[in-house]
Every structure is written in C-alpha cells, then in structure tokens.
Design a protein around this ligand. Structure first.
Ligand code: AMP
Length: 524
C-alpha cells in the first residue's frame, strides 16, 4: 500500500477497518491507493479464506523528526487538514539501506546513507543511523525528485497559477501524469527512449535527462548536510539500477563530499535478485557508492509472513513515561516532630505513581547561605534518613553545592536548614541533586533488555528540543511502576512541559533499543 496516512506505522492484517482507513487516504495518493484497493477487493472475492496483509510505503518514514514532517504553513490549518510530510518508497529505502550496511560489514545504526530510489516514481531518503530522518516525497508522492510523469518540487505559486488557468482537476492530472521526464521531453516517461532520442539530438530529451540528474544531485548534497555527514550512497529503482549513464551524471562532481565513482565499475553493474549489490566507488573513495537491486516484493513478503504468523515486527520499545520531580523533601520522624511538633503525622495530599509514595499537604522552607526557597513539598511516607532533592538551579540560588546522588545515598552530601511552623531543623547532610533514573519492573527490564543498576541513554524525541540523556540509572523492582524521573532543569532542557510534582509528561521516549528502529543510542 502506498499511503497509510497517520493511521499506520507497521504492516497490518487487512480487515474492514483497514480498508476504510486506506480509502480515507485516497486523496493523499490518488494514483496508487485506488489500485491497491482494487487488488484487495479482487483477492478477497477470489480467495476469501486467505489472510491478507497491508504493508505501507509510508511506515519507514513514520518516525521522521518533526522538522522533516512539517510544512511551513499556518499550524492550525495544517492540523485541521492533516497536512504534513509522510514520505514513500519506505519499503525500498529500508531494504537497500540494510543491504548496503551488510556490504560494508557495518551496523546500519552507525551509518549515514543517502538512498536514491529512481524509477518511474523517484525519491531520496536520508537514512540516518538506521532510521529515515528526511525523504523527498511529502504529503503525496508528488514532491521531490523529477519522476517519470510527476513533476517533483515546484514553487507552490506555480500550482496556484496552473489551477487558475487550467482548473484543479486538469492541474492535478498535469502534475501527476504528464509532467516529469515525460513533460519536459514531450516524448514519454521511459528513460531508455529519452536516451535514444537525446543521442539523436532531441533537445527536450536532453533537457529532461539533465534536469533529472541535477535534481537528484541537489538532494544528495542536501541530505549529507541534514545528516551532518555521509558514509554511503545507494542507487536503486529501474533507472538507478539500469542506467549507468544517468548514474554517472548524478554522481559527477561530488568529490568534495567524498564520493568518487569508478567508471568501469559503474559501466559493469549487473545486479540481480540473486546478486543484488554492486559497489561502484573508486577504491580510495571515502563515501562508498552502491547499486542495489531493490526487492520490495521480498521485503513485503517477509513482513506479511511475520504478520500472518502472529509474530510482531521488530518494534521500537514502548515509550517510557517521564515524571518531572520538582524539589521535594523526605523526612524522618525526629525531623518531622522538630518542625511540626510532637506526635505530628503527615497529611497525604495525593498519591504518586510509585506505589506507596504520596505527596503531602505539608511544605517547608529551605534556608541556604545565600537565599531561601519557600514552600517545598514533603513526600511521604517517613524514611530512616532525611533527604532533600533540588535542582542545580536551586543550588545556585541557595548558595550550596550539593552532589548528584542516587536516592538514599546521603552520606557526605550537602547541609541544609529546614524551616517549619514549629521550628527549624538543620541537616548536616541530606541535600542532593537526584541522579536521573528509571523505575521499572523485571518484566519491563526484559522488554528493554536492561538490568538493575545499569546505566543507559534515553532519547527524548519528537519535541522542539530533542535531547539524549546519558548516565540514566536503571532501577528494577517488581513493586515499581515504569517511569523515568528527572528534575526540573533536565525537563526544561528537553522542553518537557511545566514541571509539577509527579506529573507525567506526554513525550516520546525510547530507551536503548536493540534493533535500529526508533532511536539509536546504545547502552553504555
Ligand atoms: P521502476 O519504476 O523502478 O520499474 O523503473 C522503471 C523505469 O526505469 C522506466 O520507466 C525507465 O525509465 C527506467 N529504466 C528501466 N530500464 C532502464 C535502462 N536499461 N536504461 C535506462 N532506464 C531504464
């Protein structure tokens, strides 16, 4: 299936709801989805007992960063009409990137690859450390490279002008079916015909070939910049696999990026299903260039078999909720009574997500050498040692230098004076800046492939200030609820919403995935 819209991130077994959702995506891919649906209907009528699976061409790009998804138009409008970039040819880009990594004997998660699917439809993809971070097709497969009959990138003003002159339907028809190689050449969409005519001196054919190559080269440069580097370029699709002349045009004058092609190798390429990878880079080329026979059918068959077998496709680990800990205080009985009076009991205000833990009505003031902080909430129940957890920013304000510590490790930590309604209580030690950590159960630990007391990296994705936290301590106990705890400074650095005690922040977080699906960070 070409277009899964917002609805699909993975292959799915087809039922009525899937058919309806794909129908709803027809306006996004008018050339493809209706044909795909015809196929589904025909197969269902003829083979009613056969399970069917939809594999979406948009899925590989579904975790592109927001900056690659957004069109710079009014956000209310784009939200209302579902206008965003999706990307296509995902099955092919993912497949050939995987084969390139294999050929390089490297881990896909260590590589920055530009994959170029150049067929009748054409698109480029920045495969950055295993995931698609940018691709040239957008909300529809019309954007980006010059294609057989599709225009690719245009000034939106051109579309408006055409719509005024020709009407909407004729414009859509023009841009989808009589533009691209066909439109420029006036001959047709098959590069072989154009190459033959160009040799005869046909100006339109020559121009179409030049514009096609120019546009692809532009994207290679852009994607190297987007990824901040480049390790490999892969060409595939009917044109990418078969036209040595087009490959040469595209890849010439890219030495400054480290791309050097061996023209003999380029001319000799003959890739097949059985022998799908040919390298065409010169031996001294820093960036390696491959021609790869894409095999979307094989990839689709693999994914379908997995869905039918009930096996889960390799998935990103589920997101981890984040709780932002505002500054807070844990007390022992002696301190409680000194601050609130003899026999005093804490008043629960609300339960926290960790079982048995609660925020209290009671608050205290912190008195530091430089300043004081009023109204710091106490957390229950009482503990055997007092502990005050504040952020680095609070430390500067109070004028103390507290160590970054694991909860409970207060020996040798900083002093602080607490002030309550019945008096003050001085702690010689107990003031810490809490070490960021994740609470999880044994079952969670298995899902994430981590162990108690291990340190991991956690990537915050999908927000305006994406960030990777290193040195995150894993704490495993079956009584815990899955949750990452960070302080307000850390939350602010990642733009994770306003901190309030125990509030869960709705953010996409992935931890140390084993397989290059969502985020790339490895365990330390
Ligand atoms: P695809 O959509 O990937 O099947 O690619 C089809 C397109 O590849 C055709 O329309 C041609 O433009 C192009 N193509 C296929 N074979 C060759 C070839 N030997 N030389 C040049 N272009 C080719």
């Amino acid at each position: 299936m070409v277009h899964g819209g917002e609805a699909f991130h993975d292959a799915v077994a087809i039922d009525e709801s899937v058919v309806a959702a794909v129908e709803a995506c027809i306006p996004l891919a008018p050339l493809h989805n209706p044909a795909n649906l015809e196929g589904i209907r025909a197969a269902r009528a003829l083979l009613p007992d056969l399970p069917q699976v939809a594999v979406f061409d948009t899925a590989f790009h579904s975790r592109m960063p927001r900056r690659s998804q957004v069109y710079a138009i009014d956000r209310e409008v784009s939200t209302k009409y579902g206008i965003r970039r999706f990307g296509f040819h995902g099955t092919s880009h993912a497949f050939v990137a995987g084969l390139a990594a294999e050929a390089m004997e490297a881990d896909l998660r260590d590589l920055r690859i530009v994959t170029l699917h150049l067929g009748n439809g054409a698109s480029a993809c920045a495969v950055e450390f295993g995931t698609s971070s940018e691709t040239s097709m957008g909300m529809t497969p019309l954007e980006g490279l010059v294609m057989g009959t599709r225009s690719g990138d245009l000034d939106p003003g051109v579309v408006l002008k055409l719509a005024r002159e020709l009407g909407i339907d004729a414009t859509e028809e023009l841009l989808n079916r009589s533009s691209g190689l066909k439109g420029i050449s006036g001959i047709g969409n098959d590069l072989r015909d154009l190459q033959a005519q160009a040799e005869e001196g046909h100006d339109g054919a020559r121009l179409a070939i030049t514009v096609f190559a120019h546009q692809v080269r532009k994207y290679i440069g852009a994607y190297a910049a987007v990824m901040g580097g480049l390790d490999a370029v892969v060409l595939t699709g009917g044109i990418g696999q078969n036209s040595a002349a087009m490959r040469r045009r595209i890849l010439q004058r890219l030495e400054f990026l480290g791309i050097r092609v061996d023209e003999d190798r380029n001319q000799d390429v003959a890739v097949t299903d059985d022998d799908p990878v040919a390298e065409i880079s010169a031996p001294n080329s820093r960036v390696r260039t491959f021609v790869i026979d894409t095999n979307e059918e094989l990839e689709i068959a693999r994914q379908s078999a997995a869905v039918v077998a009930g096996a889960k496709k390799v998935e990103a680990k589920p997101p981890i909720p984040i709780a932002v800990s505002a500054r807070h205080i844990h007390l022992h009985r002696e301190a409680l009574e000194a601050l609130f009076g003899e026999g005093y009991e804490l008043t629960p205000y609300k339960d926290l997500s960790q079982p048995g833990q609660f925020a209290c009505e009671e608050k205290l003031n912190l008195i530091g050498p430089r300043n004081r902080i009023e109204g710091v909430r106490i957390l229950g129940p009482l503990r055997s040692a007092c502990q005050v957890e504040i952020s680095r920013t609070d430390e500067f304000f109070l004028g103390v230098d507290a160590p970054v510590r694991h909860s409970g490790k207060v020996e040798g930590s900083a002093p602080i004076t607490l002030e309550g309604p019945k008096g003050t209580y001085h702690l010689e030690e107990g003031l810490i800046c809490a070490w960021r950590h994740i609470h999880m159960t044994t079952a969670d630990a298995e899902i994430y492939g981590v162990k108690d007391k291990e340190y991991v990296e956690v990537a915050i994705k999908g927000g305006p200030r994406d960030l990777i936290f290193g040195d995150v301590l894993v704490r495993v106990k079956d009584s815990y609820a899955l949750e990452m705890h960070i302080d307000t400074d850390e939350a602010n650095a990642a733009e994770l919403g306003r901190a309030s005690l125990g509030d869960l922040v709705d953010a996409e977080v992935y931890i140390a995935p084993e397989v290059g699906e969502a985020v790339i960070q490895s365990k330390r």
